[in-house]
Design a protein. Structure first.
Length: 223
């Protein structure tokens, strides 16, 4: 989309600073994740009046009471998925579509589920405009996963769950990873579950705070 050159170069500088200061200086080392976060124009996934803030170190409102996650948190979740470009992945909580765009570059096939139809429609349009064609955005209750396209090599949930939704575990491929914030409404821990032929292993990383996962295996349908 054409934009004045001055504004565009400001965004580019801010994006490079985001990668260097917010990601490299913390524990983001996956070179593919760093590269795509340097490429994807995060400012296009927020409203015009938020664009000047797009590369700051925090979440931003995207309407309907939802937020685009902090860049560092997005990068950490993507790094934990450990993608090499050949995977089929499922994202729960499309929101703005920003993390979806990153996934489109990091994996082969992306399915993204969003509970709120307006957000899903907006993200679908934007991702199309940006030229991403390896993605399907579906309005549905993502706490139930997407059994018809399972198994997935990676599943990432961008809303907080009271516990790990069992359908998501069932829909992981062998060696696949599920990254999900689990805890109370006020505070969660980021979990990374890996499926093995004989069970699952779980790693816990940072404390975090996400908007609640709604739906059958989330909090409540209006939650
Ligand atoms: N990754 C998004 C984060 C959006 S916030 C971004 O970078 O913009 C979390 C999103 O999860 C919200 O859009 C919310 O509507 C959605 N959500 C909450 N519960 C859901 C559910 N059960 N199924 C699908 N999406 C859900």
């Amino acid at each position: 989309m054409p934009e004045s050159t001055g504004k565009e170069s400001n965004h580019l500088r801010a994006r490079q600073a985001m990668v260097d200061e917010q990601l490299r200086r913390r524990q983001i080392t996956d070179t593919r994740v760093l590269e795509v976060m340097g490429d994807i124009p995060r400012h296009r996934f927020v409203s015009l009046d938020q664009q000047a803030e797009a590369y700051t170190d925090g979440p931003l409102p995207i309407g309907e009471g939802q937020t685009i996650s902090q860049p560092y948190m997005v990068a950490l979740m993507l790094q934990q998925l450990s993608l090499n470009g050949h995977e089929r992945v499922l994202e729960i909580g499309t929101g703005s579509g920003y993390q979806t765009a990153l996934l489109c570059r990091l994996a082969k096939e992306v399915y993204s589920l969003e509970y709120l139809p307006d957000l899903a429609n907006q993200a679908r349009r934007l991702l199309q405009q940006c030229g991403f064609h390896n993605v399907r955005i579906i309005t549905s209750d993502g706490s139930l996963g997407l059994p018809q396209y399972a198994p997935f090599d990676g599943i990432v949930v961008t809303a907080a769950a009271p516990k790990i939704p069992s359908p998501l575990l069932d829909q992981l491929a062998d060696g696949g990873r599920l990254v999900i914030p689990v805890g109370t409404r006020d505070q969660q821990e980021l979990l990374c579950i890996t499926k093995h032929p004989d069970g699952y292993t779980e790693e816990r990383s940072v404390k975090c705070r996400f908007v609640p996962l709604r739906g059958e295996k989330g909090w409540t349908s209006d939650g």
